[in-house]
Design a protein around this ligand. Sequence first.
Ligand code: ZN
Ligand code: ZN
Length: 259
Amino acid sequence: MADANSVNPENNLLMKSGITGFFHALKELCFPSSCLICNCSLEYQTNEFLFCKNCAEQIKLTSEPLCNCCGKPFLHAAGDNHYCSNCLAGSQHFSKARAIFLFCDPIKTIIHQLKYNGKTTGLKTFHHIKKSLPHLNDMLVPDLIIPVPLHKKRLQERGFNQALILARYLFPQQRKIIQQNLLERHQWTPPQTSLNGQARRNNLKNSFRVINNNQIPGKKILLIDDVFTTGTTVNECAKVLKQTGALEVQVLTLARVEE
Ligand SMILES: [Zn+2]
Ligand SMILES: [Zn+2]
């Protein structure tokens, strides 16, 4: 008669491999051994950003000198930050806009995958990259973090707002102040990517409004979006927030076009 305490070695092996498999899957989930961008396998876990050497070399982080206000990178200039001609003309309603990356591949692909496939690849890592960039550390300490809203028709089509997802990944410890119900995009407009300059500004004019007026006055607000192109979208948001009494509005985007 078998001892109640004895374990069938075969079962034991199965159990062991099951547990190993579980831990392997867990490890893969937390510490993927393949590059987050191109999927090639990473032999060693030495790269804390979890990108292969090839992909890591292509990523362009923003760096100073930048426009004091809109964050336009002066790519071929040395020296201190200064104002670009556009901001000198005084057309911005936000006091500062900054981005983590320049908008080029492979970040461009990551943003595209987030926007159109809901893939959150790499986003967890970006929180750490953000913290490592000195020029992002002197931004305001926000009372409210507001993701740039989508029109409800686009939200229904897409199923999620990529700016809200980004806000949650970039500020994992500040989820309580991330507010998606204070600002609304109430006018349906053609996608900004199909327009240029003045047409972009006209397209978005008065398309945002504040919903809870009493929540905004006196607040320091950080707006979050995926890409800063001409800044028209975030500037329109900043305008209505300032008109409602916001003390200061700054902008953080994942990426920024180079010019
Ligand atoms: Zn790669
Ligand atoms: Zn500027």
